[in-house]
Design a protein around this ligand. Structure first.
Ligand code: PEP
Ligand code: MN
Length: 366
């Protein structure tokens, strides 16, 4: 399946849409309308709001469901903005079509599940071509950094006859990533764009960021990298939001951001990827420091046991075993054996010092 200009139609017809914005969830008619009116004022062209919310744990706010579609219709009628929401099943899609929703997106959890994507694709395939062409479809990246799964979801929709298609980069969940809620891994959307240059590519800085202060800088990075546009979570009162409260910005903040965004400042993509690598190094160093602290804590514990049992602190045979075990792994890990030897020597020396000096140190409180 070729994702190229012959198989795609312009996503928004005649229009260029750079900014989609709106709350994570449509929580009430008042919150939806208050946010929408302010966003229309700020020049937003497409209003987004979640109606069905996928939540990590049960008991969270799962969206207002079908009644919220009426509020989106009202937004469309009163502001002229197009309206967009997330669909996770064929049933959601049918309800959206019935309500005259202009654009739908498949969320990151849905895209990670080929059964769910196929079910939605089949629902599109069953529609008339006119109905299918009446809605724009945006495909978020899957939660896991798997570009084939992302492209596969787009191909399933294309095969079902969907022509108004785009991708949304919203970052990838990863263990140990602390700076961003979802690691941007810019190399993946860059690769998607290399493989499918005709496919519009939007960035969702809100879900990458996880906190409002990072949304602006990420939005600028995406513009620098020549993304086609942005989808940004905005709430009239972010502190009271029922989902994703920390990452939503006010309509006023969005208006400020739109004014300061420098469009398409031709990016040095290399710089951006380099920045990301530096952040990865910082995060690995964070973990290394924690691990070193834990290792020294265990060393002090060993020191205590050895003292209690009148054992010698340095046991050369144990040290030799330790070095041999690690040197045997050096090759596989692409580590220089000389470096491994040197590193372990320093580590061992400090561990011995900790064992000897543990009495003079503070009580461990790990
Ligand atoms: C959302 O856009 O509110 C959402 C749930 O997004 P994602 O699927 O990227 O987590
Ligand atoms: Mn959200």
């Amino acid at each position: 399946m070729n994702i190229d200009s012959r198989s795609l139609e312009p996503l928004w017809g005649e229009r260029q849409v750079r900014i989609l914005a709106g709350p994570c969830s449509a929580e009430s008619r008042e919150q939806t309308m208050a946010t929408a009116l302010a966003l229309a004022e700020a020049g937003v062209q497409v209003f987004r709001a979640g109606v069905w919310k996928p939540r990590t744990k049960p008991g969270g706010f799962e969206g207002m469901g079908e009644p919220a579609l009426r509020w989106l219709r009202e937004v469309k009628r009163r502001t002229g903005m197009a309206v967009a929401t997330e669909v996770a099943s064929a049933a959601h899609l049918r309800l959206c079509m019935h309500a005259g929703i202009d654009a739908v997106w498949l969320g990151a959890r849905t895209v990670a599940n080929p059964f769910a994507v196929q079910e939605i694709a089949d629902a599109f395939a069953a529609m008339s071509p006119e109905a299918r062409d009446s809605v724009a479809v945006m495909v978020k990246n899957p939660v896991n950094p798997d570009i084939e799964l992302w492209i596969g979801a787009i191909e399933r929709l294309l095969a079902a006859g969907v022509r108004r298609l785009a991708a949304i980069h919203r970052g990838f969940s990863s263990y140990g990533e602390r700076y961003y809620r979802n690691a941007p891994m810019w190399r993946i959307p860059i690769e998607l764009h290399r493989r499918c240059p005709a496919l519009p590519l939007y960035c969702d800085p809100s879900h990458i960021a996880g906190r409002s202060s990072l949304v602006g800088p990420l939005a600028q990075t995406a513009m620098d990298m020549e993304f086609d546009g942005l989808i940004i979570e905005c709430h009239c009162n972010p502190g009271l939001a029922l989902s994703d409260s920390a990452q939503q910005i006010t309509p006023a903040a969005l208006a400020g951001l739109i004014n300061t965004l420098r469009a398409n400042r031709r990016a040095n993509t290399g710089d951006i990827v380099l920045e990301e690598c530096r952040r990865a190094i910082d995060s690995i160093d964070d973990e290394l420091m924690e691990l070193l602290a834990r290792r020294m804590q265990v060393a002090r514990e060993i020191g205590r046991i050895k003292t209690e049992n009148a054992m010698p602190v340095v046991q050369p045979q144990r040290y030799r075993q330790l070095i041999e075990k690690r040197l045997a792994e050096a090759d596989r890990l692409r580590l220089d054996p000389a470096f491994v030897r040197q590193f372990l020597a320093v580590l061992h020396e400090e561990s011995v010092r900790q064992q000897i000096e543990r009495d003079s140190s503070h009580t461990d409180n790990f």
